[in-house]
Write a protein that binds this ligand. Structure first.
Ligand code: AMP
Length: 187
């Protein structure tokens, strides 16, 4: 059972690479960002709450994310493992994930870190914003998302590095080349 975390700043290509990894290794793909956008589209209470954070480029509170994920993990258990995309984003979430997996007699296999400089992700996200319709792909929210990434999410990378699980990949390369690097790490 392979449980993969794909880590990186916003716009580093986590979603794109997750799709490929999912198909090749037959994993369940869990994207907390997509789950939240689905709830926003459906206009649920959780969606309304989440949107007030997301549109400003801030993180949705840990308790909300962890309980949403817990339910999704049950559905994913039938698959050969999971690929987590956009989670964990705080050390508290990483600790909650460890507990969740431990209860299931499981653990994280690899943390793949897509490393891309801020200027490049900003450029990619502004471009994506022209078509994505996402409330957070605008200059102001992008700036805040990057600040939150450096202040709150980078400690998660350190958390996994200490456990010897963090595997950096050069995310500034072409999609195929990045996927090749990831495959090398997985084998
Ligand atoms: P993403 O699609 O992963 O870029 O996520 C979009 C937005 O959803 C983020 O900027 C956060 O506001 C929110 N979000 C997604 N995942 C999380 C998470 N694990 N913890 C807190 N907020 C999250």
């Amino acid at each position: 059972m392979a449980n993969i975390v794909i880590f990186g700043p916003p716009g580093s290509g986590k979603g794109t690479q997750s799709q490929r990894i999912k198909e090749k290794y037959n994993l369940a793909h869990i994207s907390t960002g997509e789950m939240l956008r689905d709830r926003i589209e459906r206009g649920t209470e959780l969606g309304k709450l989440a949107d007030s954070y997301i549109s400003k480029g801030n993180l949705v509170p840990d308790e909300v994310i962890v309980s949403m994920l817990e339910k999704e993990m049950e559905k994913a258990e039938a698959a050969g493992g999971i690929i987590l995309d956009g989670f964990p984003r705080t050390v508290r979430q990483a600790e909650a994930l460890d507990k969740m997996l431990k209860r299931r007699g499981s653990e994280i296999s690899h943390v793949i870190g897509l490393e891309v400089p801020d200027e490049m992700v900003t450029e990619r996200l502004l471009k994506r914003g022209e078509e994505s319709g996402r409330s957070d792909d605008n200059a102001e929210a992008i700036k805040q998302r990057l600040e939150v990434y450096h202040n709150t999410t980078v400690p998660v990378k350190e958390y996994y590095s200490r456990q010897g699980l963090y595997r950096p990949v050069d995310g500034s390369k072409e999609i195929e080349e990045i996927f090749r690097q990831i495959n090398d790490l997985m084998s």
